[in-house]
Design a protein around this ligand. Structure first.
Ligand SMILES: NC(=O)c1ccc[n+]([C@@H]2O[C@H](COP(=O)([O-])OP(=O)(O)OC[C@H]3O[C@@H](n4cnc5c(N)ncnc54)[C@H](OP(=O)(O)O)[C@@H]3O)[C@@H](O)[C@H]2O)c1
Length: 311
């Protein structure tokens, strides 16, 4: 039985914990909290032991916490770091490396530059084998993970018949439960988005992939608009859909009018956190024109990375 500590109990940390608790080969040894708020009691009510930074122990005197994060780390086999972007690197340097504990980081970190957490950006569809034996691995962000689930099957099927991928990422503003984060009535443009370079970390640095990103005021998933250019005449939409029939974590939908329809259906089906843990090809939007296939898929921002982290 492996003991795993989840450091950070926000959108991603709470989901990782929930999935890990269902795994009979894993014990969740505890979760790390940094703010003394109602989520401490939420975690405790879910049967979790809550640990806090040593230096903040006094701040949590009104809560039934179990101890310090530093002490909890001494007892675990692996950490899932679910800290806000950039804090994972700091945790690596101040906690995990000194204690020689292997760790998995989230997409807000980096695999390049001075604050790189790992030399591997993990995407289970592409480089599962490369993670074996690594002590520090970074899971790609939700958009980066979603793109891999489309690009890799296309490459498997069409190889050098593919000339170029142009992707526009329409990113959600906030998560469903981030109620303190208000949506702003604007369409925000993202200069030099990191997503294309991140995908190239696993898809190949010379991949003909061109990514633009904007952010829109919704909590209901990301949407990717992808144009795929072929050397000759592009395949028919049905041939594209056929490739994804048996792809793990990819749904093909025909009648959703928008991303909220997908979320609402997940809720109706009783899915955890109203996540589908998938990307969804909106098949009614796929077209084939000359040498180009146009497709649109939505990306369950919170759920898609959990599927990858825990598979
Ligand atoms: N949300 C998404 O859709 C999404 C999707 C893919 C990837 N990610 C990535 O996942 C990571 C976490 O994002 P999130 O959306 O879960 O953020 P979040 O909801 O803001 O949660 C962050 C959590 O980290 C805790 N925390 C604060 N300082 C910390 C530290 N120094 N070390 C460890 N934990 C700390 C916070 O604790 P307190 O609340 O107690 O202060 C909070 O529970 C980021 O790298 C993000 O880019 C997010």
């Amino acid at each position: 039985m492996k003991k795993i500590f989840v450091n950070g109990y926000g959108s991603i940390g709470s989901r990782i914990t929930s999935f890990l608790k269902d795994d009979p080969e894993i014990t969740v040894s505890g979760v790390g909290k940094y703010s003394p708020d109602e989520k401490v009691n939420v975690a405790i009510s879910r049967g979790l032991d809550v640990y806090v930074p040593e230096r903040k122990l006094n701040d949590f005197s009104n809560y039934k916490i179990t101890g310090s994060i530093e002490s909890a780390l001494d007892e675990c086999d692996l950490v899932f770091d679910a800290a806000p972007g950039g804090h994972g690197y700091k945790n690596k340097k101040s906690l995990y490396e000194p204690k020689n504990i292997p760790a998995i980081y989230q997409g807000g970190e980096s695999t390049t530059g001075d604050e790189s957490v790992s030399d591997l950006l993990f995407n289970s569809r592409v480089n599962y084998d490369k993670a074996v034996g690594k002590r520090h691995v970074m899971q790609g962000s939700c958009n980066v993970t979603g793109m891999g689930k489309i690009l890799e099957p296309l490459r498997d099927k069409f190889g050098d018949k593919l000339i170029r991928f142009d992707v526009t990422l329409i990113r959600r503003w906030a998560d469903i439960e981030q109620t303190d984060k208000k949506l702003v009535d604007t369409i925000e443009m993202t200069e030099s988005p990191h997503h294309g370079d991140d995908v190239k970390m696993y898809f190949g640095k010379d991949a003909p992939l061109y990514v633009r990103a904007i952010k829109v005021p919704t909590r209901q998933m990301h949407l990717h608009i992808m144009d795929i250019r072929f050397k000759d005449t592009a395949p028919k939409p049905s041939e594209i859909h056929e490739i994804f029939t048996n792809e793990f974590g990819v749904a093909t939908l025909w009648t959703a009018k928008g991303t909220k329809d997908v979320r609402d259906y997940a809720q109706k089906m009783g899915f955890n956190f109203t996540d589908t843990n998938m990307i969804h090809i909106h098949a009614n939007m796929t077209t084939s024109i000359g040498d180009t296939v146009q497709m649109i898929y939505s990306d369950d921002q919170t759920g898609i990375v959990i599927l990858k982290i825990t598979c």
